[in-house]
Design a protein around this ligand. Structure first.
Ligand SMILES: N[C@@H](CCC(=O)N[C@@H](CS)C(=O)NCC(=O)O)C(=O)O
Length: 291
């Protein structure tokens, strides 16, 4: 590492930390501007972006619709975190933590706000009675893996991903530390998926929907540049089997497209207000119509 850093006695916010998201990082909570959120025609209003945390919820909503739960129809509004949309007053009213995904359910009186992806998934699983096994042992196992994900993914995203892909320089110490931890986590998943088809057991559940957008996309080499090669994800065979199985589900393919504002244009449905939007409002079609 370059120069040795000696922490001051009291930390102060006087410089940007550098790196890809430096301009949106700040040490205080609360809104920075007055911005009302838009509300569409469906009871469920989602405010999100297709990062792995956002994709968990759009996959779940598309899975619920695929299962015939018409009440899961939703409007998905794009929150561009790179531009600071998460600090608008309307968004902060829904999620005081200023992070996507955030959801409002207008079918209740008063409307219910839900933030934290796992809380949103549990809310939807309970509301529709779906994707949480009825068998108490499998249900508990699914919940354990859901909470495992919430504790583990920050080491993959905020730890490994940050230092491998986003930090202003490649620092060996944190990359080593978090690569070691993420490989251990992949081994944990690999062993579990060697003994059961899904994380909860025999049923596809919210545990799989939560874990897949992180460790499945990592296994497919779709997040953090070439991290799949760096971490040798191909060697985790059971994770790969499970990843490919889930990736082929039509609801997962649709869910990954919602609120996506990066990647191939035909895979970007920046806002979703109707099931037909997948056929007519992807970004390639919008841009073709404008030109
Ligand atoms: N534990 C939260 C994490 C959400 C989260 O970290 N969201 C990121 C995008 S993946 C975000 O909105 N970041 C914006 C910011 O930090 O300002 C959840 O699962 O909902």
């Amino acid at each position: 590492m370059s120069e040795e850093y000696v922490p001051p006695k009291v930390w102060t916010w006087d410089t940007e930390s550098g790196g890809k998201f430096a301009s949106i990082n700040r040490p205080i909570a609360g809104p920075t501007s007055e911005v009302e959120l838009q509300v569409g025609k469906h009871p469920l209003q989602l405010y999100s972006l297709a990062t792995p945390n956002g994709v968990k919820v759009t996959v779940m909503l598309e899975e619920l619709l695929a299962l015939g739960h018409a009440g899961a129809e939703y409007d998905a509004w794009l929150i561009n975190i790179g531009e600071g949309d998460q600090f608008g007053s309307g968004f902060v009213d829904v999620n005081p933590n200023s992070k996507i995904p955030a959801m409002m359910d207008h079918s209740t009186t008063p409307p219910t706000r839900i933030f934290e992806s796992a809380s949103i998934m549990l809310y939807l699983a309970e509301k529709f009675g779906a994707f949480l096994p009825k068998d108490p042992t499998e249900r508990t196992e699914a919940m354990s893996w859901l909470f495992w994900l919430m504790g583990s993914a920050p080491y993959l995203g905020g730890g490994f991903g940050h230092f491998y892909a986003y930090a202003p320089e490649k620092f060996e110490y944190p990359i080593n530390r978090f690569a070691m931890e993420v490989k251990r986590q992949l081994d944990v998943l690999d062993r579990r998926l060697g003994e059961a088809e899904y994380l909860g057991g025999s049923e596809y559940s919210i545990a799989d929907m939560a874990v897949w957008p992180w460790y499945g996309l990592l296994s497919q080499g779709k997040i953090y540049d070439d991290a799949g090669t760096f971490l040798d994800t191909a060697s985790y065979k059971n994770v790969k089997r499970w990843t490919d199985q889930i990736a082929a589900r039509p609801a997962v393919i649709r869910g990954r497209m919602v609120n996506r504002a990066f990647g191939p244009l035909d895979e970007q449905l920046r806002e979703r207000h109707d099931a037909s939007d997948f056929d007519t409002k992807t970004q390639d079609k919008i841009e073709a119509a404008e030109s």
